[in-house]
Write a protein that binds this ligand. Sequence first.
Ligand code: GLU
Length: 449
Amino acid sequence: MTKTHDSIKAVQEAIHNKDPHQTEFLQAVDEFLSTVEPFLEKNPEYEENHLLSILTEPERILQFRVPWQDDKGNWCVNRGYRIQFNSALGPYKGGLRFHPSVNLSILKFLAFEQIFKNSLTGLPIGGGKGGSDFDPKGKSDAEIMRFCQSFMTELSKYIGPSLDIPAGDIGVGAREIGYLYGMYKRLKQYDAGVLTGKPLDFWGSKGRTEATGYGAVYFVKHLLADKNENLTGKTVAVSGSGNVAIYAIEKLQELGAKVVTCSDSNGYIYDEEGIDLALLKQVKEVDRDRLTAYAQKRPQAEYHKDDTVWDLKATYDLAFPCATQNEIDKEKAQIMVENGTKVVAEGANMPCSLDAAEYFIDKGVAYCPGKAANAGGVAVSALEMSQNSQRLQWEKEDVDSQLNTIMKNIYESTRDAAREYGAENNFMLGANIAGFDKVAKAMTEQGLV
Ligand code: GLU
């Protein structure tokens, strides 16, 4: 075992000892550390400077109380957070997640991943993340509004268009961003650049809603093109039915693939003839309903209650997990490989456990980690920031073609870093090292602050 190997292990042990209960954060750190040894061997100064220990400690964590009133007049309280993890490459940038599972561990994992994801986009953005354990499910519009207003009352003290720019994530879309922005404006005056993912009427970017899903498909398009293949005629399994899943399905269908699944937290749809996207959009975006409503309106589709897409035994060529973290463990990964999948592209953040990801790589499946494959969302957020600074709104085609170019660059830098460090086709290693390289340089040049 090399000295570098030992020193990485020591850093890892210290991080585990410091926050032993932060399982998701530790998982994200373990995944990262499992790949950086060859890079550190080549750049010993980072090890001497304890860069890994500094990098894995957030610059700042904010936690606050969010009191709000429900429609019956009852007072409720939730916990709000913002993690400003790393500003080496630019202002903190990352979404807000509203979901009952939200805690410090989950937000630290998301913010940590965001650092490298944002670095891979090649745009000037640092890494952050925030959110609340508030559950938007079943809440009225007025309740969502009051919650967002209370959340922003506190958050507004810590963010700004050149300091920290939140956006959406699970449970936070254009509606919530609208309410959050309205409150920010009342408190701090007009500055649309403080949030991204805004509705188009007040300086949102065209194509932002679609960007994460489209971007993941563009990533795979470039990966396939490298092997002289394309998406036409491919069968695809997608999980989730939120923003990322819907627009991944849209782009996959547009490029000639057949998508046969989608899911929510109650079960999944298997629609052998191909998902009816117009119906899916109606159910999820207009009616804000569950997938049982999709199944009712489309009798030929199978609805599997309490199961996940990754329990399905059927043949497909590509898999796009677009639901949430840890939806795929090693057991499910084995089923997916038996099903014949050749590509796993993460539309969600960390949907695969580390042993599932390693299993895919071991079996020669092109495993495309979220920090590379789903970077399209935050990339278009950064383009939204540029548009806001210019006081201009670009055409959708313009945004989309920039997104495609960014995803091509991310694919190529991921592939090339994997090659350079002797792990051809290991995109987990490639994405981590390519993302880390820029952050490490910038931190060093700034005196490790
Ligand atoms: N939540 C998204 C992500 O995981 C987007 C963040 C943003 O647009 O700032 O990257």
